[in-house]
Design a protein around this ligand. Structure first.
Ligand code: HEM
Ligand SMILES: Cc1nc2ccccn2c1N
Length: 290
């Protein structure tokens, strides 16, 4: 059965907004990380990796149990580089010991997206820490060297449509790839810590050349020094994906709306929130008189 969300005794919107604010203020303070990209993109990637282990066939993995805190999952080669996000969140977990790891990892991604001027992401608490024995095995995260049919099949495990897959991958407007983490290297473009539809604009407008990088892996590079993974480029090679790339390149509002829905589905996959009430929508720091 699905994991049943459990309300934290007496915690309300105000309590979770305090956690949001602590993460958002730390993001502002520690802006020099990764060549002044900051921790935002790394936190978004962590929120996806802790959710992307979900398998709808046996309801294992996913964000509910917060099992990233255990060595086996943290040491998954696919999670290399996320130690930065985990280290960033340690003092937040200490300051708010009542929040579950699953709620903290997903809330951190929501906070980072909103603070990078992304869409408002409705978020529900209630994930409950699972035991180490429930940690999913390594190997559930995707391989960047593959093509469109691989991407479609991979996300089929979460029950995602072509439109949801393309919208979700729009998060690759953030941050960059790091040779020492994944064997790929390079930034997407200039705006690596602002959430925009530029991933789609660049996919269609840049002159991409497939080249071998210093790690011997093939990636697409553009004259402006941007890069795309083979799985990114697959979105313009595959006709069914391409039509959504064109839609989002033209219409950032449509991208924001569809990304929000797909990202919530990713973070909540496999969890039954029952009658735990509606989702919280947090204010950004700029929206508060702080
Ligand atoms: C086909 C699926 C995907 C593949 C193969 C993939 C692969 C990768 C790779 C290889 C990196 C570089 C890691 C590094 O070298 O530091 C990366 C970074 C990133 N990914 Fe993905 N990814 C996928 C889907 C997603 C999704 C669904 C999201 C979020 C909704 C996401 C968000 C990010 C972000 C924000 C970064 C930048 C991290 C940083 O700058 O530290 N990715 N991805
Ligand atoms: C800017 C940027 N960020 C990413 C993350 C993963 C894959 C490709 N990316 C690009 N081009």
């Amino acid at each position: 059965a699905l994991h049943l969300a459990k309300a934290q005794d007496g915690k309300s919107l105000e309590d979770f907004q305090k956690v949001y604010n602590a993460i958002a203020e730390k993001l502002r303070d520690e802006d020099e990380f990764d060549g002044y990209i900051g921790y935002g993109p790394n936190l978004v990637r962590l929120s996806w990796h802790v959710s992307g282990t979900f398998d709808k066939n046996d309801n294992s993995g996913g964000s509910f149990g917060g099992t990233y805190r255990f060595k086996k999952e943290a040491d998954d080669p696919a999670n290399k580089g996320l130690q930065n996000a985990a280290h960033f969140l340690e003092p937040i977990a200490k300051k708010f010991p009542w929040i579950s790891h699953g709620d903290l990892y997903t809330l951190a991604g929501v906070t980072a997206l909103q603070e990078m001027q992304g869409p408002k992401i409705p978020w529900r608490p209630g994930r409950v820490d699972a035991d180490e024995k429930d940690t999913p095995e390594n190997g559930r995260l995707p391989d960047a060297s593959q093509d469109g049919s691989y991407v479609r099949h991979y996300f089929g495990r979460f029950g995602f449509t072509d439109q949801e897959i393309v919208a979700l991958l729009g998060a690759h407007c953030l941050g960059k790839t790091h040779l020492e983490n994944s064997g790929y290297e390079g930034p997407w473009g200039a705006a690596t810590n602002t959430f925009t539809n530029e991933f789609f604009v660049n996919l269609l407008n840049e002159n991409w050349k497939l080249e071998k990088n210093e790690a011997g892996n093939k990636q697409y590079n553009s004259e402006k020094g941007y890069m795309m993974l083979p799985t990114d480029y697959a979105l313009v090679q595959d006709g069914k994906f391409r039509k959504y790339v064109e839609k989002y390149a033209k219409d950032q509002d449509a991208f924001f709306e569809d990304f929000k829905s797909a990202y919530v589905k990713l973070l909540e996959n496999g969890i039954d929130f029952g009658k735990l009430g509606k989702a919280y929508v947090f204010k950004t720091l700029d929206e508060q008189d702080s």
